[in-house]
Design a binder for this molecule. Structure first.
Ligand code: SAM
Ligand code: SF4
Ligand code: FES
Length: 347
């Protein structure tokens, strides 16, 4: 097997075999990584120019009925501060975001029974009424096909639900027995069928993850063909059993961003907050490795620190306006420009 030919195949055929992906991930040195980076950046530039889409992230609830082992919001974390945003607080965050140039709002939260279908549909309809030129993305976990259908009917455009890992045994080491990778994947295919622009994704360096797992994650993405993909490093949280596990690696995250860009040239690919948390220039590097989206935080400042998925999360003390100014400057510093645009997926 030869690294150059695998990279060339990713560029031209947009895929590779499991063995080739494992080989590439295990043997990628600085030279190969730079070749991947360059190819991924060129691909992103060809489709999006130097434009970076922004998404206003509104963290609507820190209450969750699930107990994912890696997450600071897990039900059994008694130290987590729980809050919920009201519809008015959400709309006022959108209002602020709209004035700052956001045309996509992402409502994300734990799996919180208080946000019934009726409540979320009402919020989605109100946002669409007040801001008809904006897209609404939801990221509220596994709600099931019926719920997804109602949310889509109310006007939600996109849904983010990371598959977390495509390997069932690995999934079982990250989640309690009442959750399954197969169910997660079924729900992702349902979202696509219902016409949502759908986002899957995974953490890089999650506990017990192997290179084979990562190759399978890439091949799962190939089967699903999502319109968006969220990947970022795993970062431990002090109140979880994974507190002493090592965080995901910066270079592995960047390598995977580049591979995903080559395998899915038009995919909407964020340089995540987690990437910005493990390295001060993480998000800039993410863009140079093929990412084309950033997701600044629009949540009310008083609740920021309580949406603590992992330790040392950045931007918890900053206003939305400060974050967008900061990110615009960061993007300009590498020759890119944040745009006022819904930033939909285009075939
Ligand atoms: N509850 C919804 C769900 O799980 O899809 C949405 C919110 S959840 C906090 C969003 C994502 O955060 C998860 O898909 C997971 O990949 C990521 N996440 C959770 N804990 C993390 C950690 N310790 N490090 C990095 N990412 C983490
Ligand atoms: Fe809940 Fe999502 Fe955290 Fe799992 S990852 S505990 S579903 S907020
Ligand atoms: Fe939030 Fe820099 S992006 S302060």
């Amino acid at each position: 097997m030869n690294m150059e030919s695998i990279i060339e195949q990713l560029r031209t055929n947009r895929t590779a075999s499991r063995e080739e992906l494992v080989f590439l991930l295990e043997n990628c040195g600085d030279t190969e990584r730079e070749a991947l980076r360059k190819a991924a950046q060129e691909t992103a530039l060809a489709h999006f120019g130097n434009k970076i889409y922004i998404r206003g992230l509104i963290e609507i609830s820190s209450v969750c009925k699930n107990d994912c082992f890696y997450c600071g919001l897990r039900r059994s974390n008694g130290n987590a501060v729980r809050y919920r945003l009201t519809k008015e607080q959400i709309l006022s965050s959108c209002e602020k975001g709209y004035a700052l140039g956001f045309r996509t709002f992402v409502l994300q939260g734990g799996e919180d029974g208080c946000y019934t279908d009726e409540a979320v549909c009402d919020i989605v309809r109100s946002i669409k009424e007040r801001f008809p030129d904006c897209a609404v993305t939801l990221s509220l976990g596994e709600r099931g096909e019926e719920s997804f259908r109602r949310l889509r009917g109310a006007g939600a455009d996109r849904y983010l639900l990371r598959h977390e890992t495509a390997d069932e045994a690995h999934y079982a080491r990250l989640h309690p027995a009442n959750m399954s990778g197969a169910e997660r994947q079924r729900q992702l295919f349902a979202l696509k069928r219902l016409g949502f622009q759908t986002g899957a994704g995974f953490m890089v360096g999650s506990p017990y993850q192997t290179t084979e797992n990562l190759a399978d994650d890439l091949l799962f993405l190939k089967r699903l063909e999502p319109q968006m993909c969220g990947i970022g490093p795993f970062i431990p949280h002090k109140d979880t059993d994974f507190r002493d596990m090592p965080q995901g690696s910066l270079t592995m995250t960047l390598t995977l961003l580049a591979i995903i860009r080559l395998m899915h040239p038009r995919i909407l690919l964020p340089a995540t907050t987690a990437l910005g948390t493990i390295h001060p220039k993480g998000r800039e590097m993410g863009i140079l490795y093929g990412a084309n989206v950033v997701m600044p935080n629009l949540s009310p400042k008083e609740h920021r620190k309580d949406y603590a998925l992992y330790d040392n999360k950045i931007c918890t003390g900053d206003e939305a306006a400060e974050c967008i100014r900061c990110l615009s400057a960061r993007m300009r510093s590498i020759g890119y420009q944040i745009v006022t645009d819904r930033g939909d997926y285009r075939e």
